[in-house]
Design a protein around this ligand. Structure first.
Ligand code: NAP
Length: 676
């Protein structure tokens, strides 16, 4: 059998393994050496320089929207060419459905970031974090937090279990932020990562220098990093500790995000009976989590908690379901569960299993290992195992040891406070699930244990058909957890992008803040428009361009007509005495919605033109009542422009309504879609 040379991609060149540095990669199924990776010819400084001198500037030239479009194109390319990746992944022990989680899940994550980048980030190179802060009495000195891309490299060190998702879930937010990446996959599965990197590079969609790959060791790479770089690590707590305590990283305050191991749990609610749909759902989730990827998932359920009286019925069901799991060659379509990644991983898992057995009785499918289509001894196969720990309070190992395989322990809890205590004894985990149909139970557990968990997943008969599963990190939601889970956060939508950007507080005059943030802010210069802004195309409109309308007097007849026409005869508009008694009003006042409607009548330009639609209104504030006899005027200012597609973009307008004394009576942001 030919041994595959798994290359690195450094400073624009593929570097092949060298005999002095190459590490062997074995097939999880046969134990044979199938590949090797690692080279002594890698020049780590040249890689960093290439990323910083070539990749970073190219990415920073692009706006968030350009980068989001690039991510979408890469995800589409991977999606169209992913079949070869499944083939390679069989050698890692992954079945086709395991690989779909890894490969399709990774591509899906990239698609989500592409879409969020277009919808939630501006078509700009800076991101405004939060609202404008007023820092002075008359508003001539204001503040705004902005985020700009770090001027370094995202160093991504990944675990073996997700060779594709593990890379793409970090790469998508990094590239969207405008930061180049150097990816270092775990050696045991780096041949799959390398194939995926080749697909991305061959697509020609990435700017030069934005993606490099190290297969094998990282040499002294960490010693060369600066505070502008970010290390994003996934793996065991032991390796995380070793790497993050590197004195050079500490001395230079190099950001280090750690996603470590985790003793995730699932709790069956006390409201659930054996005949309730939630009971079967609980068993399904537990068995699925134990056997998917042969339990080698950072989010897999390691501790199963049930009310005392339901422990035995749950165990019986779990045992029956595990007995039906067909273990074997992952490339066989009837196989439910393949082997672990390697013989040494199997040894580690079995050693921990022995320790767990000290505290719990082994039950269920522990009796034998029946492997189909492969040699049970040559491959890294293990049978799924459940332990029953009757006294979880005195136990220690079950709350401390992670067996990274198809192994879990079931334990009873007395009441919900006890369940929370047990959950929290995991010392910080990625996810806890609660299977309950009772919102009070869900709230009790969420309040009692959220501080120790990165994610709480609640499932019941209502959400079970559409829910995504205890173990699936979603790009929209945070992935990470406190304590032993590493204290890191990944994903979580745009939050994940911010790890690769620097947040800076900018202080200055309104004009300065408008220019830096590419968003007009109140009290900055308004340019009177010579032509009605609704007659201008998206590209013709300029920030700060302002239309000041005619004024319109509000009469008592207007208020009454509006009240009867809409049915809004609230006393503040119709009953002078009752309105006066109200602390907010001087007497009968105009409806806020009447003011909005009259405002539209004052600022619109009625003819067909570049304004395609009014898509919304936000941040509405009524600041001063308007009585009959008062008049209003509108100040309409172009605040921000965001292209949406090839034909039109969104314009946000600052709208201010003033009265005859130039006092502000209402403000809001109007959203329109304008043709290019
Ligand atoms: P690992 O042994 O800690 O390795 C993780 C990564 O660190 C690999 O890329 C590895 O590369 C690298 N590495 C190890 N020693 C290093 C060193 N001295 N210098 C530089 N890099 C080094 O973990 P694993 O066995 O791959 O993964 C299993 C663990 O990851 C489990 O504990 C699991 O819970 C955890 N995990 C957590 C998450 C999460 O999101 N929280 C996700 C998946 C897995 P080599 O392979 O080349 O040594």
């Amino acid at each position: 059998m030919t041994v595959i040379d798994v290359a690195s991609f450094a400073a624009g060149k593929w570097i092949h393994p060298t005999n002095d540095a190459a590490r062997p990669i074995e097939s999880a199924v046969t134990g044979e050496i199938i590949a090797r990776a690692g080279s002594s010819e890698l020049d780590y400084q040249a890689m960093l320089d290439h990323a910083k001198r070539v990749g970073g500037p190219a990415l920073r030239e692009m706006t968030f929207h350009d980068r989001a479009r690039m991510l979408k194109a890469i995800a589409t390319h991977l999606n169209d060419n992913r079949s070869g990746l499944y083939e390679l992944a069989f050698t890692t022990g992954a079945t086709l459905s395991d690989s779909k989680i890894d490969i399709d899940g990774g591509i899906g994550t990239m698609f989500v970031y592409a879409s969020k980048g277009r919808r939630e980030l501006p078509d700009s190179t800076t991101f405004l974090d939060g609202d404008l802060e007023q820092l002075s009495r008359s508003g001539t000195f204001v503040g705004q937090h902005i985020c700009t891309p770090k001027l370094g490299v995202g160093i991504q060190i990944n675990a073996f279990n997700f060779p594709v998702w593990g890379m793409l879930e970090k790469l998508a937010p990094t590239l969207l932020a405008g930061v180049p990446a150097i990816v270092k996959p775990a050696t045991t599965t780096c041949h799959v990562t390398e194939a995926c990197v080749r697909l991305m590079l061959d697509s020609g969609l990435l700017p030069e220098g934005s993606l490099q790959l190290i297969t094998g060791g990282i040499g002294d790479l960490l010693e060369r990093l600066t505070a502008q770089d970010v290390v994003s690590f996934t793996g065991s707590a032991q390796t995380a500790l070793l790497l993050k305590s590197n004195p050079h990283l500490l001395k230079n305050a190099v950001p280090f995000i750690a996603e470590q191991d985790s003793l995730n749990s699932s709790v069956l609610g006390p409201d659930v009976t054996e005949s309730a749909p939630e009971f079967e759902l609980f068993v399904d989730e537990v068995v699925h989590e134990m056997t998917t990827k042969a339990g080698q998932k950072c989010t897999a359920i390691r501790r199963i908690m049930a009310p005392e009286k339901l422990v035995q019925p749950a165990l019986d069901q779990i045992e029956a379901r595990l007995d039906a799991i067909r273990i074997g060659n992952p490339s066989d379509k009837d196989t439910h569960m393949g082997p672990l990644i390697s013989q040494s991983q199997r040894d580690d898992v079995m050693t921990i299993a022995t320790q767990l057995e000290d505290e719990g009785r082994a039950v269920g499918a522990n009796s034998g290992l029946n492997v189909h289509g492969a040699d049970a001894a040559a491959g890294a196969f293990v049978a799924p195992m459940v332990y029953h720990c009757a006294d979880p309070d005195s136990a220690k190992h079950i709350h401390e040891l992670e067996a990274f395989g198809p192994i879990s322990t079931i334990m009873p809890y007395r009441d919900l406070d006890h369940a929370c205590q047990l959950l929290n004894r995991g010392g910080g985990s990625l996810v806890a699930s609660v299977i309950t149909h009772d919102p009070k139970v869900a709230r009790h557990v969420a309040v009692g244990s959220a501080a120790w968990h990165g994610r709480i997943y609640v499932n019941d008969r209502v959400s079970m058909k559409e829910s995504t599963g205890h173990g699936s990190p979603l790009p929209h939601m945070l992935h990470g957890g406190p304590g032993r889970a590493g204290g890191g956060e990944e994903l979580g939508g745009i939050r994940g992008v911010m790890h690769y950007m620097q947040r800076t507080a900018i202080q200055g005059s309104p004009d300065i803040i408008s220019a830096i943030g590419e968003t007009w802010v109140p009290n900055s210069t308004k340019t009177p428009c010579e032509q009605h802004p609704f007659t201008k195309t998206f590209h013709e409109l300029e920030l700060g361009e302002t239309l000041v309308s005619e004024s319109r007097e509000i009469s008592i007849e207007d208020i009454e007509t509006f009240a009867h026409f809409t049915g809004d005869t609230f006393y503040a508009h119709m009953n002078e005495e009752a309105a006066k008694a109200n602390p907010f009003f001087p007497g009968r006042v105009a409806h806020g919605y009447l003011l909005l409607s009259f405002a539209a009548g004052l600022f619109v330009q009625p003819d067909p033109g570049p304004v395609l639609a009014n898509t919304g209104l936000s941040d509405l504030n009524f600041q001063k009542p308007v009585s009959a006899g008062d008049s209003i005027r509108v100040h309409l200012t172009v605040k921000r422009k965001t292209p949406r597609n090839e034909e039109y973009g969104e314009v946000r307008w600052n709208v201010e309504l003033t009265n005859q004394n130039d006092e502000t009576v209402a403000t809001y942001i109007l959203h329109t879609m304008n043709a290019f």
